[in-house]
Design a protein around this ligand. Structure first.
Ligand SMILES: NC(=O)c1ccc[n+]([C@@H]2O[C@H](COP(=O)([O-])OP(=O)(O)OC[C@H]3O[C@@H](n4cnc5c(N)ncnc54)[C@H](OP(=O)(O)O)[C@@H]3O)[C@@H](O)[C@H]2O)c1
Length: 302
């Protein structure tokens, strides 16, 4: 197995790399747009790759000839996608087409990351076979990439959908809900938190394990990989306050509508994990276990 990882500097990307390094004996090439930010990684195991550049994508296939590609790279800021549509489409759809072409020529197993935002959130938690109806441009772009993959004629492909990924890696490009809430509450800053959006928070290491299980088992099709509990964002933040023994009285519940965000969010998502549990042996940790792991990660990476 030769695994090419895109977006290796990201939250999921670094988790995958760290698990591969820990396991040992797997041939892989880490790639991301910027210079390498994972100090565990030897320079020869890293190549800079902008997946929106078709020539660069073709060259990396020619050079490395991967048997598996895990595409974690994406434009992930939902409101930025709403406002910069061309950039979003280029990254989340056109670049996926370049990867599909490379995978076709080389008979490579493509494992592509997608999102709960392909659903409208009217009837979560969702199964893999449920009907997509994205509310945002980000969701639409991720859904259209899924459609491209499914219609591509690729022999081996998997789509791994996930929900709110949290955790800590080295020199993170962006924060996540756990770090944001913990940081604000520790400083005693009052925060407004929506109580009408429900999600299953996912620790980055669980998602990385799920992606590597797909690769090892050469699994095909769509897989839902998230944490196992569905909770409102308010409950999620209250659990963070409880876990770190922080003052909950400065958390104020609000409704999504009052936020005036550029992109619309689905109210209730969450995933049914039965397929991933049965076919992959996916077994995510509880949110509380995830927070305990975050504590260790902060000591290691910050
Ligand atoms: N995070 C979530 O809550 C969430 C929820 C649902 C689905 N997902 C999906 O899960 C996947 C992984 O998310 P994540 O949280 O790990 O994302 P992330 O932390 O934002 O990392 C994405 C990485 O993509 C890289 N990248 C950006 N533009 C690139 C380009 N043109 N070419 C190559 N690499 C590029 C960036 O690398 P550099 O730093 O090197 O520029 C960045 O580190 C994404 O597909 C996302 O849509 C995430």
């Amino acid at each position: 197995m030769k695994i090419l990882i895109t977006g290796s500097n990201g939250l999921l990307g670094q988790n995958i790399i760290n698990q591969l390094l820990k396991k040992g004996g797997v041939d892989f090439l880490a790639t991301s747009k910027g210079t390498n930010r994972n100090s565990n990684l030897k320079e020869e195991a890293y190549h800079q790759l902008d997946i929106t550049n078709q020539n660069e994508v073709d060259s990396i296939f020619e050079f490395y000839k991967p048997t598996v590609v895990i595409n974690t790279a994406a434009m992930t800021n939902v409101d930025a996608c709403e406002e910069h549509r061309e950039q979003c489409w280029n990254m989340n759809v056109n670049a996926v087409e370049y990867l599909i072409n490379g995978c076709k020529k080389n008979e490579t197993h493509l494992i592509h990351l997608s999102t709960d935002f392909i659903f409208d959130g009217e009837s979560g938690p969702y199964k893999e076979s449920d009907k997509a109806n994205p509310l945002s441009y980000y969701g639409e772009s991720k859904y259209q990439a899924e459609v491209l993959i499914q219609k591509s004629g690729l022999k081996n492909w998997a789509i791994a959908r996930t929900i709110i990924v949290y955790g800590v890696v080295e020199k993170m490009s962006r924060s996540n809900v756990v770090l944001w809430a913990k940081g604000a509450l520790e400083k005693g800053e009052p925060i407004n938190v929506v109580d009408d959006q429900f999600r299953s928070p996912t620790h980055g290491s669980d998602l990385a394990k799920g992606c590597l299980l797909i690769a090892e088992k050469k699994a095909n099709g769509i897989f839902h990989l998230s944490g196992k509990e569905v909770m409102s964002i308010l409950e999620l933040v209250e659990k963070i306050a409880d876990f770190y023994q922080l003052d909950k009285s400065i958390i104020s519940p609000i409704k999504s509508l009052t936020l005036n965000q550029a992109a619309k969010r689905p109210p209730i998502t969450g995933f049914v994990l039965d397929k991933a549990k049965k076919e992959l042996g996916y077994n995510p940790m509880s949110f509380e276990e995830g927070l305990a792991l975050v504590t260790k990660e902060i000591k290691k990476f910050e």
